[in-house]
Design a protein around this ligand. Structure first.
Ligand SMILES: Cc1cc2nc3c(=O)[nH]c(=O)nc-3n(C[C@H](O)[C@H](O)[C@H](O)COP(=O)(O)O)c2cc1C
Length: 490
């Protein structure tokens, strides 16, 4: 039976691929679009020959879904949907010179002869949704001997995004700015908008557009000077016409989730700054092996590095799409995070307006949240650390969380799988609260040694000034998608 099934599938897959390729090539030639049609033919040949037909079946289905989603796709959309991943990886470069840009002096001096222009609205949404958007249901952790027949309860979101998240915690959200405004796009608790296998590109993009919250008119004001941004970015960062996207992580929440994780694995933390155990934990020696306890600072570093990996991965997904769209831009870090969040100290540069305090002995602002928009799991946004721990437990087990049995999902029997997650028992919640409360009371902040709210990596997209590259670089400085961008997205 099995063999017969496999044998039948290649025949169907082969004809499906060839039919799709023929249709696509005809359409692209009709549009006067020679490069992509050649690469599609090459790609299909490789698929059929090298990868195997069963996989080709899956890929061709995906291609058809993306292109079918728009009855009259623009040339740019067809190009982006069919652009080979391998070309995106090998063709990725930081291309910083936007239309309207200027380098006043030096060996690469150049002043753009073009004026800045915003991205096409569809490509902008495609890019933002690729960096920040929901891409389906996450697969829960399937097994852990310590949880026996119950599922580990680490994940905190039911949906997955274009980038992985440590233990499925998903503690980041996204902000972006363009010529028209400053925006928030919450997606960490977003669930798929369409049933599995019925994803429609146009609907996917529109679902994300509908979630955008406009926070202010006009581009976020980040003066093009030090210390607002690094000197090497003053000529190219957040320039007119560009779209700048950045993830913001709730590191405080991440630390709480790691504490719950530790407790359920039978240990906790100790205060390695003051060289003491946390009072009150000795009551739980029946379940906590404090010999294996983590130093507090190590746990906090783990949270910070976890979210750094996530936000970098999100922006990297965006850099790949830049190649397929034919946009200039790059991922980078050199814009002052305090300035962006709202702690510049300069009233004319209010940033996003996050709440912050200057704590004694700390030269950096302690930024905790933007009320009603993005609030880290610390006071004053939560009454106390106990309330913050309760909130993350609710996020897991409450309505729309990964362990809500009423929620759809990727399984044949979602209700049974979701309901099988181990509950977080009251004692675990109590222990995590003791540890979090100790840190907050002892250090006057939470976490003690890393910021509760963290931004680092920005993804910038802009229309590329190919004239700069034609003047100063050899022939391979940009891709055919960049050369054809304005025609494709006209
Ligand atoms: C963590 C990180 C921080 C970066 N910060 C900046 C930056 O502030 N300004 C900038 O122009 N490029 C920045 N970049 C981009 C690098 O300079 C660039 O990737 C590097 O020069 C290699 O070029 P390529 O991206 O074309 O391969 C950063 C990249 C990373 C990974």
């Amino acid at each position: 039976m099995m063999k017969q099934g496999i044998a039948a599938r290649p025949v169907r897959a082969r004809s499906a691929i060839l039919a799709m390729v023929r249709l696509l090539r005809d359409w692209l030639q009709h549009c006067g679009f020679p490069h992509a049609s050649a690469s599609i033919t090459a790609l299909s040949n490789h698929l059929l020959r090298d990868i195997g037909l069963a996989r080709g079946d899956t890929l061709s289905t995906k291609d058809r879904i993306m292109i079918d989603s728009n009855p009259l796709p623009s040339r740019g959309l067809v190009e982006a949907a069919t652009f080979p991943l391998i070309e995106a990886i090998h063709g990725r470069r930081s291309r910083r010179f936007a239309k309207g840009g200027s380098i006043p002096e030096g060996p690469l001096a150049f002043t753009s002869r073009e004026t800045s222009e915003p991205l096409d609205p569809t490509e902008q949404m495609l890019l933002i949704s690729t960096v920040a958007g929901n891409t389906g249901w996450t697969n829960l952790f399937a097994h852990h001997p310590g949880f026996a027949a119950r599922l580990p309860n680490y994940p905190t979101a039911a949906g997955g995004r274009s980038f992985p998240s440590s233990a499925g915690f998903n503690t980041t959200e996204f902000f972006f700015t363009d010529d028209e405004g400053v925006y928030f796009l919450p997606t960490r608790d977003m669930t798929p908008s369409a049933p599995v296998g019925e994803m429609d590109l146009q609907a996917w993009v529109e679902t994300h557009r509908a979630r955008i919250v406009k926070l202010a008119d006009g581009r976020l004001n980040i003066p093009a000077a030090m210390p607002y941004m690094e000197g090497h970015n003053t000529w190219c960062a957040n320039v007119p016409g560009s779209t700048l996207i950045w993830p913001v992580a709730d590191v405080a929440q991440h630390v709480l989730l790691l504490m719950l994780y530790l407790v359920q694995n039978g240990t906790g933390i100790y205060d390695d700054v003051n060289g003491t155990q946390i009072p009150g934990l000795d009551r739980f020696s029946h379940r906590l092996n404090m010999e294996a306890a983590y130093p507090m600072t190590f746990l906090e570093q783990t949270a910070l590095t976890d979210v750094s990996v996530e936000i970098g991965s999100a922006c990297y997904a965006g850099t790949l799409l830049l190649q397929a769209l034919g946009l200039g831009g790059w991922m980078y870090t050199g814009i002052n995070p305090s300035v962006v969040l709202g702690a510049s100290g300069d009233p004319t540069v209010p940033g996003l307006g996050f709440r912050f305090e200057m704590l004694a002995g700390d030269p950096l602002p302690y930024v905790t949240g933007l009320p009603g928009v993005f609030e880290a799991h610390v006071p004053p946004h939560h009454a106390d650390m106990g309330a913050a721990v309760a909130a993350v437990v609710r996020r897991k087990f409450g309505h729309g969380g990964p362990f809500d049995p009423a929620l759809a999902g990727p399984y044949r029997d979602n209700a049974t799988v979701r309901a099988a997650a181990a509950e977080i028992d009251t004692e675990s919640v109590e222990i995590a609260t003791i540890m979090a409360d100790y840190v907050f009371r002892t250090f006057g902040r939470f976490p003690a040694t890393v910021p509760p709210v963290f931004i680092k990596t920005y993804l910038q997209a802009h229309r590329l000034d190919t004239g700069f590259y034609d003047t100063h670089f050899g022939p391979d400085a940009y891709l055919h998608t960049h050369a054809e961008h304005d025609r494709n997205w006209a």
